[in-house]
Design a binder for this molecule. Structure first.
Ligand code: MN
Length: 729
């Protein structure tokens, strides 16, 4: 049997007997009378209503449950499908449903009634809000959404009977909310049908032109499909790979998307056909792929392995595009029967049935639904939420590779820093950057599934407050906070001790002496410190001030406005100031008198610590740091210049370009790179150029801490025989 896309078309003649027969296919012992009771109940409640098509209203709930039965939903859901409109449209209450059927069924129907009362806004910005509402409804019982999708499916199927204005509105809403939702839940059969229906009612001219064009070459195409299936089947049989092969044109909507996205005509759309190969097991999937790739020419860059790295909605399959028998591009999907089931029915494929009634089994495969609910709570940014929902970005997690080829699962939106902390706390604390798929990326780079990540560390690195804004995982956040508070405590201890010590000098005594005599006891009690260390921290953090402490030491005669008190006051101020300065590690330079200003290095001269530098006020972009000798600042006349000094506490790496002229010899790039690497200096990039008369020119972008490191790099390069000259570029 060839597995085709499920057909959900409107069935005007569907009867309750058909529905029960359909349920019995997967649930042979079903309590038939329970379903019949629901049917009778709904038919009675809707007895005076008609659909816009003129049909008796009950045809609608019957079709909705018919779809749910195709998705093999449990009996409660089937019954909820039959009853889904009675509370909203008829004189029936939730209480009635609870008494006649069950509390669960009543809750599903109430959930549906809530959704139908939601006012969905149509603007781009409000989409996220609409989606949030749906996620909240889903969190209560996923089955609410399943019934809602089946409901929407039938309404779309019969949309031709309503006004054109309503057609466009309903189709737009479906495309905005229900299509992404079906996709996110992995129910591709429903998603595909809904998309085509949306196209039909949203862009009717386009849709009918397209159906015409697709229909035109129908018999030709069918022959082609039949023959291609045979060719594929024969190849697979030769290698004893048992398979079912099917072929079909792609959905109208996917053709539409391609035409509008690439702005091309129908004739230029190449891969109109898709073939699906269902095999017995995973190893046959890969075997089958090998056979296909050796029989047909694969199109580069089109192979995707969703078996090794499933989509977040658990979709698994191999995808490839090859040049078919008549050199036409065809897409081929290879998967097992089980994967196919998940691909068509998504979340519904994971439903587990119990003896009586039903329940969603708490399977790990449904965890991502909880993740979605969590994401809705965590993501205040609407744009980010919609990115996740609308595009095929992984939401529950991204799967990335370590340099050893191990797979790590991280949260959606994870950065190299999250990865580093997932590997080890020390790796996180010392992370200075990362290479993703071999390219250097910033720390806040957003990782995607399939990325290979290599973390770069430096023993001089340490976490800072800004990292908390970058990381997504709670593990990384916790580790950074722990580090910061530990550092803060340590720093406070030292500063507090220093302050107290200095203050006591004024009174010709010291901490040790007083401690021995128990002179701090009163201070501990009054200021809620358990020991000296805590007292230091209190003093340094400003929780207690030094005067208070001095007053509480019995042997010290503290007097306000005395000469001694003034002395204490003046150095307290000095220490506080310098502590503040050293806490400012955010910027590579300190701009006199200004805190929290954005500072960047001039790209033209790449200044490094040790260079004589000057700040250059850039309109709206903070301050750019240039070498004093840089051409950029020469013509300015000094009006926009501001004095700056290097921040000795800052130890991020600075890039600098080194230009090297050599005699042209093979392997020279490697040998120079080696020499630079050997002294522990990282090379960000290297460019080579051949010059006339047998010379070579290289530009190395290296990372250095300061000017002395730069000189170190220059000297090891200069030391090489082949090198003619070295300079800063
Ligand atoms: Mn309905």
């Amino acid at each position: 049997m060839i597995k085709e896309r499920m057909d959900f078309s409107h069935e005007p003649d569907l009867t309750i007997d058909d529905l029960i027969a359909r349920v019995q296919l997967y649930y042979p012992d079903v309590d038939e009378s329970f379903i019949r009771k629901a049917y009778d109940f709904a038919a009675h409640a809707h007895r005076n209503q008609k659909r816009s098509s003129g049909e008796p209203y009950i045809i609608h709930p019957l079709n909705v449950s018919g779809t749910l039965a195709k998705l093999k939903m449990d009996v409660e859901t089937i019954i909820a499908g039959l009853l889904h409109d009675v509370v909203e449209d008829c004189d029936v209450t939730a209480e009635d449903i609870k008494n006649e059927f069950s509390e669960n069924i009543s809750l599903i129907v109430v959930g549906l009634t809530k959704i139908s009362k939601m006012k969905f806004k149509s603007k781009q910005e409000s989409q996220a809000e609409n989606f949030r509402k749906m996620v909240v409804a889903m969190a209560q019982d996923l089955r609410v959404i399943m019934v809602k999708l089946a409901d929407r499916m039938h309404n779309m199927r019969t949309l031709q009977y309503v006004s054109q204005e309503k057609q466009r509105k309903v189709a737009g809403e479906t495309l905005d909310i229900y299509v992404p939702l079906a996709g996110r839940l992995g129910i591709n059969s429903v998603k595909g049908e809904l998309e085509d229906l949306c196209l039909r009612f949203k862009h009717p001219e386009f849709y009918y032109k397209l159906t015409e064009k697709v229909a035109m070459k129908k018999s030709e195409r069918e022959t082609y499909i039949r023959e291609t299936i045979q060719v594929i089947k024969k190849k697979l049989d030769e290698y004893n790979v048992g398979s079912e092969v099917s072929g079909r044109p792609k959905t109208f909507y996917s053709i539409y998307k391609k035409m509008t996205k690439q702005d091309v005509g129908f004739e230029q759309i190449q891969d109109l056909l898709a073939f699906r190969i269902i095999v017995d097991n995973i190893s046959d999937c890969y075997k089958g792929l090998g056979i296909i790739h050796s029989s047909f020419k694969p199109v580069p860059g089109r192979f995707k392995d969703y078996i090794a790295i499933p989509k977040v909605n658990n979709y698994q399959s191999l995808h490839t595009t090859v040049l078919g028998p008549s050199a036409e591009r065809v897409e081929i999907q290879i998967r097992t029967e089980e994967m196919h089931e998940v691909a068509e029915k998504g979340i519904a494929a994971h439903w587990k049935y119990k003896e009586r009634g039903s329940n969603v089994a708490k399977s790990k495969k449904l965890d991502w639904v909880q993740d979605l609910v969590q994401l809705n709570k965590d993501t205040a940014n609407n744009q980010e939420l919609m990115d996740v929902v609308k595009n095929d970005i992984d939401i529950g997690g991204v799967f990335v590779f370590t340099p050893e080829g191990d797979v790590l699962e991280l949260r959606y939106g994870a950065t190299p820093l999250d990865f580093a902390y997932a590997v080890h706390t020390q790796v996180g604390n010392r992370c200075v950057g990362a290479k993703v798929n071999g390219k250097i990326v910033p720390l806040k780079f957003r990782l995607k599934s399939g990325d290979s990540i290599e973390i770069m560390t430096s023993k001089n690195q340490e976490p800072n407050k800004d990292w908390l804004k970058i990381v997504k995982s709670s593990r990384a956040k916790t580790k950074i906070r722990q580090y910061l508070s530990k550092v803060e405590r340590e720093k406070s201890k030292v500063i507090g001790e220093q302050m107290l010590d200095e203050a006591l000098k004024v009174y010709q005594t010291n901490i040790k002496t007083l401690e021995k005599k128990g002179e701090f006891k009163k201070a501990y009690d009054e200021l809620h410190a358990r020991n000296l260390e805590e007292l230091y921290i209190h003093v340094a953090s400003g929780r207690s001030n030094i005067k208070e402490v001095l007053k509480l030491i019995p042997s010290i005669d503290y007097k306000e406005d005395s000469e001694k008190e003034k002395k204490v006051e003046s150095f307290v101020q000095k220490i506080t100031k310098s502590a503040k300065k050293s806490a400012n590690k955010k910027n590579a330079v300190i701009v006199d008198g200004i805190e929290d200003i954005e500072v960047r290095m001039g790209r033209c001269c790449n200044p490094i610590p040790g260079d004589e530098v000057i700040g250059f006020i850039t309109k709206g972009r903070g301050i750019t740091i240039h070498n004093r000798t840089c051409d950029k600042i020469a013509g300015d006349g000094g009006v926009r210049q501001i004095p700056v000094e290097w921040n000795s506490e800052y130890n991020f790496k600075h890039p600098v370009n080194i230009k090297v002229i050599t005699i042209d010899k093979p392997g020279i790039l490697a040998s120079i790179s080696d020499a630079i690497n050997k002294i522990g200096i990282n090379i960000r990039s290297a460019h080579a150029k051949s010059l006339p008369d047998q010379k070579g020119s290289f530009i190395f972008e290296v990372e250095v801490n300061d000017y002395s490191e730069f000189l170190k790099a220059v000297s090891v390069i200069e030391a090489r025989d082949e090198v003619i000259s070295v300079s800063r570029a």
